[in-house]
Design a binder for this molecule. Structure first.
Ligand code: PEP
Ligand code: CO
Length: 420
């Protein structure tokens, strides 16, 4: 590994990067973006790292698979924030946990895809890669990457964050005590660090510490498809101070993962890494105990994403997930962590605040899927389904010893936090 620079990732293997027809225009846009102010603040990023390093909070990472520009208005932002707060409130009330929210919000606009093309109404067109890249409209011309969308992505991320801050501001005038309304509510933003040119343009050097921060989100994560040793994504991420997530899928090679952990967190610093397990129900029972055994000396938080390892395609090509499979993987994870006496620290869900019919279970049958399928990408849980899921894991969470420590932390922090 050579010296890290803002663009040293360009010397590594690059996957999932859009190809723009007009590169001069792209360069112009990127230069403009790098002159803009950050979306989040360094103090907020450092505060998140401090909270994570305490290992006393349960992490709730949730939100849309793909946010859309159209959805960036105050009614939608407010509904999405309230949805996350409702999930937190169930965990706090029922499991007596102190919860930290990592919203998949204010920048979750770029999507990795397993296939370069998709068939829509019999027409084969480039797969949708997120509003940051191109339009969702089903035509080949709409799917050409457009640099203007990077500016829009910045604008809509900033606007969403301002809307979130104003929701918390109006709810609690005391937020100034904690310097930021987001911090007062232990509410942070996150997205996959996928579009490296965009992520680079959001990266700033802190003149006090001479360190680099991605000011596009508090936490960014390394996706399943870009997690390999020679990846440009790993190279980019090793140079920034933000806490990082790493998705871990069923094909993950543990030796390679261990090397990536060492590259991203060479000092084994607490609060730096969240390992996001998405093994799927078929693999988690076999693979997880061994994985935990091998990696137990690393100072990381372990959370479970029970969504991405359990996606299936129906005969009519609609993607879905079964609520009972999602619940099963979560319970299996919690039980395995309990057995090996390691703390299970949170959940990662794809959720919608509307009554969507994207996952099968409870009020949604397979036949219902077409009724209100609104997701631009992966199927999300509707409010009835995520409530059922959270209530379903509460009694299992209660078993762990770590939970007892979190209850103490909860009592301590509850005094400071204001509920909406
Ligand atoms: C996602 O979180 O939306 C995603 C694409 O995840 P993964 O990289 O785990 O497939
Ligand atoms: Co997804």
């Amino acid at each position: 590994m050579g010296e890290w620079t803002l663009n040293s990732w360009q010397n590594y293997v690059l996957k999932q990067q859009p190809v723009y027809p007009d590169s001069a225009f792209l360069m112009n846009v990127l230069q403009t973006l790098s002159s803009f102010s950050g979306i989040v603040r360094i103090i907020e990023i450092e505060y998140l790292k401090t909270l994570l390093s305490q290992h006393s909070h349960f992490i709730l990472q949730a939100g849309d698979c793909a946010e859309t520009f159209d959805d960036c208005h105050s009614a939608s932002t407010s509904a999405r924030v309230r949805c996350l707060l409702r999930m937190r409130s169930i965990l706090e009330t029922e499991a007596k946990l102190s919860v930290l929210i990592l919203a998949r919000m204010a920048g979750q606009y770029a999507k990795p895809r397993s296939f370069p093309a998709e068939s829509i109404n019999g027409l084969l067109i480039p797969s949708y890669r997120g509003d940051l890249i191109h339009s969702f409209l089903p035509s080949a011309s709409a799917r050409i990457p457009d640099p203007k969308r990077l500016l829009l992505g910045y604008y809509f991320s900033k606007r969403t964050l301002c809307q979130i801050k104003s929701i918390f501001n109006s709810a609690s005038p005391n937020y100034l005590l904690d310097q930021s309304p987001l911090m007062a509510h232990k509410f942070f933003t996150s997205h996959e660090a996928l579009h490296l040119r965009y992520e680079q343009s959001m990266t700033r050097k802190d003149l006090q510490s001479n360190r680099y921060y991605n000011l596009g989100a508090h936490l960014v994560w390394l996706g399943e498809r870009t997690r390999f040793l020679t990846s440009g994504h790993v190279e980019y991420l090793r140079g920034i101070e933000n806490p990082l997530g790493i998705k871990i899928g069923p094909s993950c090679d543990i030796t390679e993962l261990e090397k990536i952990i060492q590259i991203l967190n060479p000092q084994n610093q607490a609060g730096k890494l969240i390992l996001i397990l998405r093994l799927g129900i078929k693999e988690c029972t076999n693979k997880l105990p061994h994985l935990l055994q091998r990696l137990k000396s690393y100072n990381v938080s372990w959370i479970c994403d029970p969504m991405h390892g359990n996606t299936i395609k129906m005969k009519n090509e609609i993607k879905t997930r079964y609520v009972h499979t999602i619940l099963q993987e979560l319970i299996e994870n919690i039980n395995i962590f309990h057995k090996v006496k390691m703390p299970f620290s949170g959940i990662h869900l794809e959720t919608a605040c509307e009554n969507v019919t994207e996952c099968v279970g409870l009020d949604v049958s397979e036949k219902d899927l077409i009724k209100n399928y609104l997701s631009y990408c992966d199927p999300r849980l509707n409010p009835v389904q995520f409530k059922y899921l959270i209530l379903g894991i509460v009694k299992h969470l209660g078993k762990s010893d770590q939970n007892a420590q979190r209850v103490c932390a909860m009592n301590k922090f509850q005094k400071q936090r204001l509920t909406l």
